[in-house]
Design a binder for this molecule. Structure first.
Ligand code: ADP
Ligand code: 5GP
Length: 235
């Protein structure tokens, strides 16, 4: 019998409006054998969202039943609604020998890292607060009070940026897609040998530029635009 495939798990988190869904959609078109884990949520669908596509939209009682049946790898309460990653997505990825991409919040990311320390985590940041506000408005999906709440939450979420392996500053969309693709592909390369072809070297170089340790200086002005971090979160 062939050995069980251990899927690579990619976690992507971002303050709402940073462009995470846009990046994820493009990434999934570019990278083969990468499945998106469609989370369960108790929030209502927005705009053109469809059940089973962006999310499995379920009533609160059903979600709570699933928690009771231990069906989630992780779950969290975000903006007053439940969101969770079903265990079965990991099993299905294993069977298909695919890797798995999770779009989850900072609480979920922390839970996943505790359970699966090898998971690769990526935090998407907007170039600054003003741009984030503009993107939230441009999307025209949220009322003004919701936008205001998302901006306050964003300031809190970005305090956790340094718990992630990679930071992706989503300024120019094309460049961000290229960097995200490089992160995913570089993590698939064997660790036992140095990158060989020019293509592999380019991927590794591009991915390395987004590593937490190499990007801190570019992150600082972004944090400042959100009013800076409390002393406890500075390094
Ligand atoms: P999120 O999933 O993080 O909440 P979205 O992917 O919905 O964010 O993006 C929010 C808005 O910003 C959308 O209108 C999207 O088209 C736009 N957007 C995303 N990335 C960029 C970018 N790099 N430059 C300009 N606009 C962007
Ligand atoms: P939205 O309602 O804007 O689609 O998502 C709100 C937040 O919930 C985002 O930060 C998103 O990453 C997060 N989220 C989506 N699915 C999950 C999940 O399964 N688990 C956790 N912990 N967070 C999730």
């Amino acid at each position: 019998m062939s050995p069980t495939y251990r899927p690579l798990i990619y976690i992507i988190s971002a303050p709402s409006g940073s462009g995470k869904s846009t990046l994820v959609n493009e990434l999934l078109k570019l990278v083969p054998d990468l499945d998106f884990s469609i989370s369960y949520t108790t929030r209502a669908p927005r705009g053109s969202e469809q059940h089973g596509k962006q999310y499995h939209f379920v009533p609160r009682a059903e979600f709570e039943q699933m928690i009771g049946d231990d069906e989630f790898l992780e779950h969290a309460n975000v903006f007053g609604n439940y969101y969770g990653t079903a265990r079965r997505f990991l099993r299905e990825a294993e069977e298909k020998k695919h890797d798995l991409l999770l779009d989850i919040d900072v609480q979920g990311a922390a839970q996943m890292k505790r359970k699966l320390p090898d998971a690769v985590s990526i935090f998407v940041l907007p170039p600054d607060r003003k741009t984030l506000e503009w993107r939230l408005r441009k999307r025209s999906e949220d009322a003004e009070d919701v936008i205001a709440r998302r901006l306050v939450t964003a300031s809190r979420e970005i305090e956790n940026y340094d718990k992630y392996d990679y930071i992706l500053i989503n300024d120019d969309l094309e460049e961000s897609i290229e960097s995200l693709q490089a992160i995913v592909l570089s993590e698939r390369l064997p660790r036992s040998r140095a990158p060989q072809s020019a293509g592999e070297k380019k991927i590794v170089e591009l991915a390395d530029r987004q590593r937490l340790a190499n990007i801190r200086d570019r992150v600082r002005p972004i944090l400042d635009s959100f009013g800076g971090l409390p002393p406890s979160a500075r390094s």
